[in-house]
Design a binder for this molecule. Structure first.
Ligand code: PHE
Length: 361
């Protein structure tokens, strides 16, 4: 083959050359462009070509070298774009570089801890819709249509008739007590069915209702238009306020430490009677009084009370036979106490610098 033929043959191959990885690419460079490579050899031979033929051979030879360089550059860029770092002969089944895992959200951590503590004394979890009707959020819970207690839980309406709130209005639930009305109604149905058929059934109810709730509040460091709750409900024969107090004391000690004290202050909720607000002893100052507890030695953590007979009746439960207690707490509030988060908005902003701090929790 003449030198021209060899140039032409190589020129035809250039576009076909492929490299699956950096090593193959390097082999191509060595084969064609290195000092001893095929194209370099052609240049060596070119030196011996008689003067009058130099132009006819030199031009296609230069074209060959340039197109080879351009093609290999293209292959290099291609490999870089594909991110291929695979080296021939490498074990392709090896474990890849570790993928960075996300962290548990602090609110999930706290919710699960609350659920875990109460599940140890027999509570199970119930779920219900966030978009609810007025009846389940307010009506069945003894809120009269125009009662001012509704103002404390101003909400977002999805479908509302003109005028005062109606049982059929559709709204975003303001508390997970709405799940309790559903669970109690189902409990009453089961009791009736068991009585009618003579079948056995569980004659008490112990549920936790965790979930997101919504209120029409201006967003600030201390309030948000949504937050999370865990509410609890226990219905049985002869449930007393002492049972409620004991369950909550157990919870406070499990959640905040064995030395934690509780106190119950009289309060008002339409669905409980009597109602109370529960405080725990401030763990920052040990109850002496500090800036965190505003000098009182106590911090408020939840609302509770004995289920109002009207609520039992509205769900179909005989209030002359059954009594019960209920409580409800904000998960953000408990998380704040545990982790001292100053701004409520951090919980929903998804800032990884905030979330990463809970990696080891
Ligand atoms: N549902 C009340 C609220 O959201 C909390 C609560 C639940 C109070 C049960 C008493 C009993 O504010």
């Amino acid at each position: 083959m003449t030198i021209l033929d060899r140039i032409a043959a190589l020129q035809q191959q250039v576009a076909e050359l492929k490299a699956a990885n950096q090593e193959e690419l390097e082999n191509l460079r060595i084969k064609y462009l290195s000092k001893k490579g095929e194209i370099s050899q052609l240049y060596d031979e070119f030196r011996a070509v008689p003067k009058e033929e130099k132009a006819a051979i030199g031009a296609p030879l230069n074209v060959l070298r340039q197109s080879m360089e351009a093609h290999l550059n293209e292959l290099r860029e291609h490999l870089a774009a594909a991110g291929s770092s695979i080296v021939a002969g490498e074990d392709l089944t090896r474990t890849p570089d570790p993928i960075e895992l996300g962290t548990r959200h602090p609110l999930s951590l706290v919710r699960e801890e609350i659920v875990d503590i109460f599940s140890r004394i027999g509570f199970t979890v119930a779920d219900g819709p966030e978009v609810e009707d007025d009846r389940h959020v307010f009506g069945m819970l003894n809120f009269a249509p125009e009662h001012p207690a509704r103002d404390m839980q101003d909400t977002f309406f999805v479908e509302k008739e003109e005028g005062i709130q109606k049982p059929t209005d559709i709204l975003l639930r303001t508390h997970t007590s709405s799940v309790q009305t559903r669970v109690m109604t189902e409990f009453a149905r089961r009791l009736k069915e068991a009585d009618a058929t003579g079948k056995e059934c569980e004659r008490s109810l112990r549920v936790l209702c965790p979930g997101r709730v919504y209120r029409n509040e201006a967003i600030s460091a201390r309030a948000h238009c949504f937050f999370h709750q865990v509410e609890g409900l226990y219905i049985d024969k002869n449930v007393s306020f002492a049972d409620l107090r004991q369950a909550l004391l157990y919870f406070a000690k499990e959640m905040f430490g064995a030395g934690t004290q509780i106190r119950l202050r009289p309060s008002y909720f339409p669905f409980t009677e009597p109602s109370a607000e529960m405080d725990i002893s401030c763990d920052l100052c040990g109850g002496k009084g500090c800036a965190f507890c505003k000098g009182t030695g106590w911090v408020e953590i939840l609302g509770c009370g004995m289920v109002d007979p009207n609520v039992l009746e509205s769900c179909g439960i005989d209030s002359t036979v059954y009594t019960g207690y209920a409580f409800g707490m904000g998960v953000e509030r408990i998380a704040n106490l545990k982790y001292r988060v100053k701004d409520l908005r951090l919980f929903s902003e998804n800032d990884v610098r905030f979330l990463r701090q809970f990696e080891s929790c």
